[in-house]
Design a protein around this ligand. Sequence first.
Ligand code: NDP
Length: 293
Amino acid sequence: MGVKVGFIGLGAIGRPIAVHVARAFDTMVWNRTIEKARAFAQAEGASVAANPTELVEWADVVITCLPTSADVREVVESAGGAWRKGQLLVDSTSGDPAASRAVAAWLAGSGAGFVDAPVSGGTSGAEAGTLTVMLGGEEQWVAQAEKIVKPYAGKVVHVGPVGTGHAVKAFNNSLLGINIQAAGECLAALVKLGVPATKALEVINASSGRSNVTENLIPERVVSRAWLRTFRLALLDKDIGIALKVLKDTGVPSDAIGMTKRVFGEGRKALGEEADHVELIKQIEQAAGVEIR
Ligand code: NDP
């Protein structure tokens, strides 16, 4: 018998990850809106749990992909006594390091293990099965987690103890946020000076200021005016908030990331919970009175 994997959270990135998991392992899914789990099971050949307890009772390994660590904690604790010795929780949520250490300690009470395993690469990387996965945990559990994440990973790196995968992810996303904000401001000014955005990007993307934001996100979403929705701005705001907390906890200056947190917090309030992260640039365009094209 192969490993039985339970998957919780079929959202924008959870669903395409779960597709790879269901192709590689005997899989059971649970989603808060249960219709999504039923549709997934029918399309991908998995079974559906009525609740998290049923899923935890059945699975050898559980993968969670939820918005926040608070959601993970709620779901994990709701399965209460179903957790047992030797079981492993692989948390692919972009979570909070301190909260993850608490969940790991809670699971250890039942002899179950915890590895934080957030992902980078977006929904397109999830669909392609080429995500970068950063693992935080003890060696014995990480060795097991590596086999579970392999079907959807292009790169897997064990970065340190429990919580450090989440810390790396939060800082990666802070750099993403800073790049969105800075590139939006630079391009808005250049367009106002009469430089078409495509020309400015042609130069920047052959020069030292380039980033994933200038190479991919702005051409595909802003210049095209497509404004795709794949990763909620609210989730990026959450990630930058986690990074800011880690900076404070470790006694490191937080000027750049603190400023970006403020701007994304304001963007979240203005644009709402469903806006995409790149839509922050709409705010910059509005303030500047220009469209980046
Ligand atoms: P979504 O908002 O699209 O989906 C969230 C999922 O979690 C849904 O299945 C939702 O269920 C479920 N959920 C939300 N709250 C609860 C709760 N309290 N209890 C149980 N289930 C709950 O998020 P994403 O899939 O985009 O993101 C998931 C995680 O992955 C986040 O931490 C995010 O930061 C991270 N991430 C996302 C990326 C992306 O490109 N989207 C890229 C990299 C990381 P329901 O269907 O009922 O709403």
